[in-house]
Write a protein that binds this ligand. Sequence first.
Ligand code: AG3
Length: 287
Amino acid sequence: MDHKLFLWFTEMQTDDMAISCRVKQRLHEEKTPFQHLAVIDTEQFGRMLVLDNVIQTTVKDEFVYHEMITHVPLNTHAAPKKVLVVGGGDGGVVREIVKHRSVEKVVHCEIDGAVIEASRKYLPEISCALDHPKVEILIDDGIKHVRENKNTYDIVIVDSTDPVGPAEGLFSDAFYRDIFESLRDDGIFVAQTESPFFNRALIPRLYKDISGIFPVTRVYLGCVPTYPGGLWTFTMGSKKYDPLEVEVTGIPQLDTKYYSAGVHRSCFVLPPFVKELLEQPGGKQGR
Ligand code: AG3
């Protein structure tokens, strides 16, 4: 008999749709003061970080999200020196930021220290730059941190969970206003802004909020297989630089697997059903 026991992890991506991955091994599970945290090893995607039953990242597909949320804003800015990461406890964004030679300091503000600890232990290929000399880790509330640090950062990256539970405040107009204030005169902000298939009320609301604050607002896409629908949006608010005006031939060759100078251009080309989302009046509450 060569039967094998099949154990599956399932995330309900919407009320009516799920993703399931066959589990090799459950590596870690705990209840933190903020959320339920698990690291599992899956057959398809390797080790996976799961918060409140929602897939955050996996060792096989993490590069798409981490490269796109990082290199698009950093290569839009002329010479980013000081970068803030809100959330992103796995360290993937920090790992990408330190590839940029102009960067002098990365402040990593994560509310839940347990995410950092679990990632250090079980996801070393993602968390490997957390001890980089340019990186300062603050276990603190990102909302409070931006409010208390005005005119400080060149780039602010918000690597949040879905807009429910601990991350809800990270999708608010008030937070975006505080981010604007925390940026220097030519600063850039970017956030992950969910799926254009399944978050059709959220995206126009965020777009409206951000374009009410920043002179330049751009939405771009990446494809993350483990996120609902695969196709994923990021929204950028910029005080001065327009990512579409970047001279892409000047973009340095970084060690990346998804992002490239060409992708810096192509990711802003939005299919009509996504464009349409940004043209609608928006303002509706919801996900
Ligand atoms: N941040 C989570 C993105 C949202 C994923 N949503 C979902 N799977 N339903 C990613 C953190 C990676 N550093």
